[in-house]
Design a protein around this ligand. Structure first.
Ligand code: NAD
Ligand code: ZN
Length: 358
């Protein structure tokens, strides 16, 4: 059975395109109770972007906390309750990194679905479509702007609300918005995309569709992080935004692999941020992705990135086991990376050894 996936309906791309937001929102105001809800990464609270949100009377603006933790089910349930006190919004707009994209996607669904968001963590559990959702990324790399997942951490699991209705209706890709991301963060999130493409390519579920987007995305990433004009320039900001989008599409039609499986374990046990967790893991995966890891190390060096090593010496046996147990459950990733008989090639002990390298 081939995947039948839904894409973002409308896309605006280009420097300065953020200025079109007000007009795009106004087009939706005839739906539901006529107000818009802006969910903005709280990094922007006292910044220029935070004070230029095109709110109109009756709209709601929340600066959402993405600093202390990645998006949680509790956070989404609270936002939903706060919004519904006013009514059903016409449109929900998320502005920020992958976390803000996921918060907007999840909140859009949860204003239309009863009960706690913990009930819907998994595939196709959502009962009704959400309200119109717009995403405006301010960091590039997660692919959350095009993916059909809103990753949430709940009391029992870190798992996405995943269904067709999770996909954003509209995205506005304005490369100017990513211009000032601090170098380490720019790199960690940018590498999330680079790793998506390497993993998508190196596994049995790759195909002409995933490779078409993946190869192009890798080429753009190499320009941004490795080429003669590498670095945070306006041209590279444009390339990185498109790379993230294409990497997300590549992934949608293939799968991630060893690095993401290990990274989920690391994030779950130590709450390490997704981009950084991927970098920590990928740094030690030369046995599986030799070319990719070699290139990755060159990029780390080029930008003098802070990349923690020697972490495992402070990890207990119990922590290593817990991470490995989370990782091995991600069977689709191992299946992709090692093929049909993946259980002959990887097991709990080998996974623990991989963590001990970190
Ligand atoms: P993020 O959204 O967690 O933000 C990281 C940091 O960067 C925050 O401190 C934020 O305030 C700051 N920031 C954002 N924009 C900035 C800017 N322009 N300038 C300066 N600082 C800025 O980072 P991310 O790496 O984009 O996203 C990671 C999140 O995305 C995780 O929660 C992860 O679970 C999720 N994710 C989702 C998907 C998906 O398909 N839905 C895929 C991968 C990751
Ligand atoms: Zn990722």
């Amino acid at each position: 059975m081939h995947k039948n996936f839904k894409s973002v309906e409308k896309t605006v791309f280009g420097r300065g395109s953020y200025a079109q937001l007000g007009e795009i929102v106004d087009e939706r105001r005839t739906e539901n109770d006529g107000f818009a809800v802006y969910l903005v990464d709280n990094y922007f609270e006292n910044k220029e972007l935070g004070s230029s949100i095109p709110t109109k009377e009756g709209d709601l603006l929340f600066f959402v906390d993405v600093q202390t933790h990645e998006p949680t089910t509790e956070q989404i349930d609270q936002l939903r309750d706060d919004i519904l006190k006013k009514g059903l919004p016409s449109v929900i707009i998320g502005i920020g990194g992958g976390s803000a994209m996921d918060i907007a996607k999840a909140t859009s669904l949860m204003v239309c679905n009863e009960g706690s968001s913990t009930l819907y963590q998994g595939l196709n559990l959502i009962k009704k479509p959400g309200v119109y959702a717009i995403g405006i990324p301010t960091i590039s790399g997660t692919g959350a702007e095009v993916s059909m997942t809103a990753v949430l951490t709940g009391p029992e699991k870190k798992l996405g609300l995943k269904c067709e209705w999770t996909v954003l209706n509209q995205i506005i890709l304005d490369p100017d918005l990513i211009a000032d991301v601090p170098t380490n963060q720019w790199f960690y999130t940018g590498m999330d995309n680079y790793i998506h493409c390497i993993e998508s390519e190196n596994g049995i579920f790759n195909n002409a569709y995933s490779m078409g987007y993946g190869i192009q995305s890798l080429q753009l990433s190499r320009d941004v992080f490795l080429g003669p004009d590498a670095g945070q320039t306006p041209e590279n900001d444009e390339k990185l935004m498109v790379a993230s989008l294409m990497g997300g599409l590549s992934l949608t039609y293939s799968e991630v692999g060893v690095c993401h499986a290990l990274s989920y374990g690391l994030s779950y046990v130590f709450e390490t941020r997704h981009g950084l967790a991927n970098c920590i893991c990928f740094n030690h995966l030369e046995d599986y992705y030799p070319e990719g890891v070699k290139e990755f190390k060159e990029m780390v060096k080029r930008f003098n990135i802070d990349l923690p090593v020697g972490l495992a010496k402070d990890w207990s046996e119990d922590e290593i086991t817990r991470m490995a147990e989370i990782a091995i459950r991600l069977e689709h990733m191992w299946h992709h990376a090692f093929g049909e008989n993946w259980k002959e090639k990887i097991n709990l002990d080998l996974i623990k050894d991989l963590y001990r390298r970190m």
